[in-house]
Design a protein around this ligand. Structure first.
Ligand code: DGY
Length: 314
């Protein structure tokens, strides 16, 4: 069988499952990173019609591929792709929604309980051989009788809310507009939400409208018993304000699965013992990551077979 003529570029890392699927349908070109002017000749760049990636795709990258039709991004958040610019050039951008909703929601609850009940510290207590010598100090925080605010009531936000409800806790939320079919209390501003809840969970996308929106004022409104959890994007939080709020007891504790400059973690963040940091593992199970890879490949295949991608971004 002769290889079809369509060429797809994978700049940098891509899940093996997606690579295999794409390799059976297309000529694959792979580069170690996004510096495609260095890695590829003008002739090869002109042959590329699709990109499958988990990388920063900016204007310069897009401009280097004159015949590009689709950018299939691995992940539900596509803040790393300049989607507006791609759209202006009639390039379709796809992401991987839905297949990770439950997994990210599970992780969110795990992180919340870890922060409130200080599970990482309790585990260290045992491993350090301190159990026999002393009683474990009681945790000051609890989820009992607490109200939880969710910042972002999209598909993952709803999965988180269902789990919170199952814990017997009232849910309130803020998003750009009231979410359809959702009966939880809606707050028109993040500040009002933060003032009304004990726990604030952020699951909004990282874009200019959300950048630094969890700021000193919002954290102060959460109050000294307040707990902040971020499983969306690190850019949503003013990290200096968060560090200050955790240092001074303006809020009680926080849990972050995402950081503004990940994978870099500042010493100031690491110095805080009322902060739990995870390495962006919301969707990180073998099954969910494979499902995300499958969707990346299916988007590219569907686009070139039918002219319609499976999950184009809005
Ligand atoms: C995504 O897909 O955007 C998530 O952050 C991955 O965990």
């Amino acid at each position: 069988m002769s290889k079809p003529a369509t060429t797809v570029l994978i700049p940098g890392w891509m899940h093996e499952h997606a690579r295999r699927m794409l390799g059976t349908h297309f000529n694959l070109v792979e580069t170690p990173d996004c510096d495609i002017h260095t890695h590829l000749s003008a002739e090869v760049r002109a042959s590329i019609r699709g990109v499958a990636c988990r990388a920063r795709i900016d204007r310069q990258f897009i401009d280097a591929l004159p015949n590009l039709e689709i950018i299939a991004s691995y992940g539900v958040g596509y803040d790393a792709v300049d989607a507006a610019y791609a759209r202006s050039k009639n390039i379709v951008v796809t992401n991987t929604p839905d297949v990770l909703n439950e997994e990210v929601a599970d992780l969110t609850l795990g992180l919340l309980i870890s922060v409130v009940r200080e599970i990482p510290k309790a585990e260290a207590f045992v491993r350090e051989g301190r159990w026999k010598a002393s009683d474990y100090p009681l945790s000051r925080l609890t989820l009992r009788n607490r109200r939880v605010g969710i910042y972002g009531m999209g598909r993952i936000g709803r999965c988180i809310a269902r789990r919170i409800e199952a814990f017997g806790l009232p849910v309130a939320y803020h998003s750009r507009r009231p979410a359809e079919g959702v009966a939880y209390d809606y707050f028109p501003s993040l500040l009002e939400l933060a003032s009304a809840v004990d726990v604030l969970i952020s699951i909004v996308p990282g874009d200019p409208s959300t950048a630094n929106s969890v700021n000193a004022e919002v954290l102060s409104a959460l109050g000294p018993e307040g707990v902040f959890i971020n499983v969306g994007r690190g850019t949503v939080v003013d990290e200096d304000a968060l560090i200050g709020a955790l240092r001074t007891g303006t809020i009680a504790a926080a849990g972050l699965d995402v950081l503004a400059d990940e994978p870099n973690v500042s010493d100031d963040l690491l110095a805080l013992d009322n902060l739990t940091i995870l390495p962006h593992i919301g969707s990180a199970s073998v099954g969910t990551r494979t499902a995300m890879a499958d969707l990346v490949a299916r988007n590219v295949i569907a686009w070139f077979q039918s002219g319609a991608a499976v999950t184009p971004v809005p």
